[in-house]
Design a protein around this ligand. Structure first.
Ligand code: PEP
Ligand code: MN
Length: 339
């Protein structure tokens, strides 16, 4: 249920209503908008009669049921966009777009430092690089693991870029948290509910990638797992879904951007690299994503894609990334955003 306070409600009235909701056994999510305070009462719907009676309390404007199955992720609970703080002055969810770039996997010291230097030079805000890689084949390169994290940390310090890397299982949570500014949950793990619950307990931003066959509602329910654990710093990433089409690696669902932006206050970014699987389609889809209202992008960049140990065909060369950024500035400007 949502309890919307009047514009004129006093702080005593607001506090009293909060205490009443808690006394009914509900968890309270307080959202302070520009005009009024809104409470989300999260818990067993069976006690909703008591909540409905709150309408009689001084300062309460109305009590409205939350219709969506995801409560904390819903725009109904929080109208203002969530701004996620990634550290080092980088945020996502506001006017400024978040551009994350880097290799699919950290491969060597030289490779990650080269990419970090190039993407920083082109205006990217955050460095990506997998150290624990979820590969379809057990014989494919699985990532440098902790050594990869150390190299990522080195690039972070040298180029002052916050870093994001994928977490595949709970047992690597501690070591990844030591290095990463944001933890990425990959498409294949988006319904690993145990992992999502653990990520709800930490106080670091989490980026959730849409699964290969995840509906928007299921995607938001995954976000709800992290939010309901107490971690409000969640970013959503559309990265293509599996359809009958084979010309592209996945089908990038650009329509997921306006749909998600309508349904949730969480930031939404797009990954056109995994979305298309081909470097030549990455820039056009990146521009389309920003035009559609995305809050940022995640782009794979490799100094020598032909030698990449994973996802070479979809990786941009640094010069291609730079050219894409120039086009992006124009589109961002046209839709009232900044890079
Ligand atoms: C990745 O970002 O390198 C990755 C494996 O992505 P996804 O989980 O979207 O396939
Ligand atoms: Mn990849």
């Amino acid at each position: 249920m949502i309890i919307s306070m009047k514009k004129s409600a006093t702080s005593e009235q607001i506090e009293h209503v909060k205490q009443l909701i808690e006394s009914f056994g509900y968890k309270v999510h307080k959202s302070k908008g520009t005009e009024r305070v809104i409470f989300g009462a999260i818990g067993d719907e069976r006690g909703k009669e008591k909540l409905t009676c709150l309408e009689a309390q001084p300062g309460v404007e109305k009590v409205i049921p939350i219709l969506s199955p995801y409560k904390l992720a819903s725009r109904e609970t929080q109208e203002d966009p969530t701004i996620v703080d990634l550290g080092m002055g980088v945020t996502v969810g506001g006017k400024r777009l978040l551009i994350i770039a880097g290799p699919c996997a950290v491969e060597s010291r030289e490779q990650i430092l080269d990419v970090a230097s190039a993407i920083q030079d082109s205006g990217a805000h955050m460095l990506r690089g997998g150290a624990f890689k979820p590969r379809t084949s057990p014989y494919a390169f699985q990532g440098l693991k902790q050594d990869g994290l150390v190299l990522l940390g080195m690039a972070k310090e040298q180029y002052s870029l916050p870093v994001i890397t994928e977490i595949m299982d709970i047992k690597s949570l501690e070591v990844i948290s030591d290095y990463a500014d944001c933890l990425q949950v990959g498409a294949r793990n988006i319904q690993n509910f145990q992992l999502l619950k653990e990520l709800g307990r930490i106080r670091k931003p989490v980026l959730l990638k849409r699964g290969l066959s995840t509906t928007i509602e299921e995607f938001l329910m995954s976000a709800e797992y992290v939010l309901s654990g107490g971690n409000s710093q969640v970013i959503l990433c559309e990265r293509g879904i599996r359809t009958f089409e084979t010309a592209t690696r996945n089908t990038l669902d650009i329509s997921a951007v306006p749909v998600l932006k309508e349904k949730t206050h969480l930031p939404v970014i797009v990954d056109p690299s995994h979305g298309t699987g081909h470097a030549r389609y990455v820039a056009p889809m990146a521009l389309a994503a920003i035009a559609a209202g995305a809050d940022g992008l995640m782009i794979e960049v490799h100094p020598k894609p032909e030698e990449a140990l994973s996802d070479g065909p979809q990786s941009l060369r640094p010069a291609e990334f730079k050219a894409m950024m120039e086009g992006l500035r124009r589109v961002a400007n046209a839709v009232g955003r900044e890079i």
